[in-house]
Design a protein around this ligand. Structure first.
Ligand SMILES: Nc1ncnc2c1ncn2[C@@H]1O[C@H](COP(=O)(O)OP(=O)(O)O)[C@@H](O)[C@H]1O
Ligand SMILES: [Mg+2]
Length: 352
């Protein structure tokens, strides 16, 4: 075979093989392109699936967050209700005891009080009789003279009426306290009644009298209509706010004593006012220690207290808020300046 023929034959074979390789490669290319397409569409599907999943996750996360917020709210509401229940249970137990005791004290004290005036009159009569005897028998036997001197009859005549007077003041005070206790617990008046707010404040002040010794109370009462409310609960609000005011003043006096500056007097001012929009406004202001601005938002939270362990329970304001805002549709606001004092403002609709 001539070289050239051989050479061209070899080329031919080589070309054929090359073509074959090309075909194979093309097929492979086609296949891999197909696979790529497949993969691409797979990826797209997966991507959209993933997006869906992410979206669903986000939605359910939001739902969960909402649910947990709802639960949190429900829990807080339940805790408040529980507090309110415990408190009203306590108040009603206390109210029953108080009104029972008040009733029991009322009878004997009325006997004593009622007998004092006639007793004074009888004793006056007896002294008149003694004077008469003395007038008509100026020189009685020695034994009578001695007795007269020993008991110091002039002193007795001067002192006995004073004693009776101070006993009458004492029994009158007990009767006022009994009345205040009855007013304060208002057990006989369950539910909503039209009441005199000033009477409620005054009975509360009377009950706190011992705690408030040395504190000046300035009252500026306006003309108020009767307010339809749960009287016992509203008195509880006055009690909680006034107790806090007393504590705040005590804390300030303690602080002032430490620094050694001259003593201030504690002053609690109580203003009431009737506003045109049928609202009764009651302000209770003290010149006590004041509230720091970083905690003022928390003071109405249940269990928030700045007082020593065992002294404060952190319930007074939470309960006051619950009673005024939720139970009576009013509002309870606070303003305070550290070192200067605090003012609480209660608004109550006069009608319900
Ligand atoms: N009149 C006030 N002056 C200063 N701080 C007050 C006054 N009233 C309330 N506070 C602050 O608010 C907190 C919460 O009050 P409260 O709910 O009555 O609970 P507690 O009296 O048991 O601490 C108090 O610990 C006190 O720090
Ligand atoms: Mg308190």
């Amino acid at each position: 075979m001539p070289e050239t023929v051989m050479g061209s034959q070899e080329h031919h074979v080589q070309i054929q093989e090359l073509e074959k390789t090309i075909r194979v490669l093309q097929k492979k290319l086609e296949r891999s392109e197909k696979e790529r397409g497949q993969i691409e569409s797979d990826v797209a599907t997966k991507e959209s699936l993933l997006k869906n999943v992410i979206h669903e996750l986000q939605t359910s996360k939001q739902t969960l967050e909402q649910q947990s917020q709802d639960l949190q709210n429900a829990l807080e509401k339940m805790q408040m209700m529980q507090l309110q229940l415990i408190q009203s249970e306590k108040m009603s137990a206390l109210g029953q005891t108080t009104s029972g005791i008040a009733h029991e004290i009322n009878n004997p004290i009325s006997f004593i009080h009622g007998n004092l005036a006639p007793l004074a009159a009888y004793i006056g009569d007896l002294f008149q009789l003694i004077h008469l005897y003395h007038h008509y028998f100026p020189s009685p036997p020695a034994e009578v003279c001695l007795k007269r001197e020993n008991i110091d009859i002039e002193f007795l005549e001067d002192d006995i009426p004073k004693m009776l007077q101070s006993m009458a003041t004492g029994t009158q005070r007990i009767r006022d306290i009994v009345l205040a206790l009855r007013n304060f617990s208002r057990l006989d008046e369950a539910g909503y009644k039209a009441v005199d707010i000033h009477e409620g404040i005054d009975s509360t002040l009377m009950i706190l009298r011992q705690k408030m010794l040395g504190i000046e109370v300035i009252k500026r009462y306006g003309e108020l209509p009767l307010v339809t409310c749960a009287a016992g609960d509203i008195n509880q609000v006055f009690m909680n706010l006034l107790s806090n005011a007393v504590d705040a003043i005590a804390q300030k006096l303690k602080m002032i004593q430490k620094i050694g500056t001259p003593l201030d007097t504690g002053v609690i001012s109580i203003w009431t006012e009737y506003q045109a929009n049928q609202q009764v406004v009651i302000r209770i202001k003290d010149n006590g220690i004041g509230i720091e601005s970083n905690v003022i938002d928390k003071i109405f939270d249940p269990f928030f207290t700045m007082k020593e362990i065992g002294k404060g329970k952190g319930l007074g304001l939470a309960i006051a808020h619950q009673i005024v805002v939720e139970k009576h549709g009013g509002s309870l606001d606070v303003q305070s300046e550290v070192g200067q004092g605090t003012e609480f403002l209660i608004r109550l609709p006069s009608q319900r």
